[in-house]
Ligand binder design. Structure first.
Ligand code: NDP
Length: 283
């Protein structure tokens, strides 16, 4: 039987998720129909579209910009959240909470949210052979993407984490919020600084800012070095990666993270694990 999925966002025409999920379907033999779903940019429209989708027999939905926080609120009021979604304050994967359905609660009350973005990044780095255990990690950026990866990194056993951001108060606020939300984040004692102040040698440095969209470059200190540098953006000619590659680091863009988070969503919905390396090669 064909299983129905959507990715909901605004804009949505550019989304690569249908292509990625069709490769997952081919790899696992699961029959799927995965569509891009446009939605007006307001919470009421989002909730109406999602309810209609699940009432119509939909199995799972991916959520992208600008609805990840709206989806989080929707799940708080309904079927619940995974620990990663709770701490991230954002949802990228929706499914039905079957336990609630069994108790006879209507479908609209059983929408459950997960967040696979951070674990998708951790899995991509692991597949690249980048050592996370005991690593000294610096993340530049304190928006939604940074927020979603902090718990998975700490769970992966990193030794130290520094969060740098253009607006340092946002980095400090993020650390306070996450420390209040999660005991293991509170124990990590995350350091904060401005991007210019980030100095020293790290094992892994991650660009989790959206600066690449503007074509500008980050004001990086000459005293900053990393063995591995990762830009969550993807595409060619990323100045952040060029900078660290020139200093001898191994580098990667965020395309593998995109595939990694999608693979975890697919597994959540269908129970089938994906061989991500095969998909990455195919793409
Ligand atoms: P947000 O808008 O939530 O946060 C943006 C961050 O970028 C803030 O820390 C902001 O700093 C910083 N920033 C923006 N412009 C500049 C600038 N000119 N100079 C310095 N810092 C700047 O975005 P997200 O966290 O959602 O996304 C960040 C990036 O991650 C995007 O490029 C997105 O495409 C990518 N991403 C990739 C994924 C993947 O699967 N590969 C998944 C999710 C995100 P300040 O606080 O000072 O404003």
């Amino acid at each position: 039987m064909i299983q129905h999925f959507i990715v909901i966002g605004n804009p949505i025409a550019h989304s690569k998720s249908p292509e990625i999920h069709s490769l997952f379907a081919a790899q696992t033999g699961v029959e799927i129909n995965y569509q891009r779903q446009y939605c007006p940019d307001d919470a009421a429209s989002f909730t109406a579209v999602i309810e209609a989708f699940f009432k119509g027999g939909g199995v799972g939905a991916n959520v992208t910009v600008p609805f990840k926080q709206v989806a989080y609120e929707c799940c708080v009021a309904r079927g619940g959240l995974s620990e990663h979604a709770k701490v991230a304050g954002a949802v990228n994967t929706l499914l039905l909470n079957k336990a609630l359905l069994k108790n006879g609660i209507p479908i609209a009350e059983a929408i459950y949210g997960d967040n696979t973005d951070g674990q998708g990044l951790v899995n991509h780095m692991t597949s690249l052979g980048w050592p996370l255990k005991d690593a000294r990690v610096a993340i530049i950026g304190a928006g939604g993407a940074a927020r979603g990866v902090i718990l998975p990194f700490i769970e992966a056993g990193i030794a130290e984490l520094t969060l740098a951001n253009r607006t340092v108060s946002k980095a400090k606020d993020l650390v306070s919020e996450l420390s209040a939300a999660s005991e293991i984040i509170a124990q990590q004692q995350i350091k904060t600084c401005t991007t210019e102040e980030l100095e020293g040698e790290f094992d892994i440095i991650i660009n989790a800012t959206s600066i690449g969209l503007s074509g500008a470059t980050l004001p990086l200190s000459d005293q900053l070095d990393g063995h591995y540098a990762y830009d969550m953006m993807y595409g060619r000619n990323l100045p952040f990666l060029q900078h660290f590659a020139a200093r001898g680091a191994q580098v990667s863009d965020g395309y593998g993270m995109l595939i990694g988070q999608a693979a975890l969503s697919f597994e959540r919905w269908t129970g089938h694990a994906i061989d991500v390396a095969v998909i990455t090669d195919a793409l």
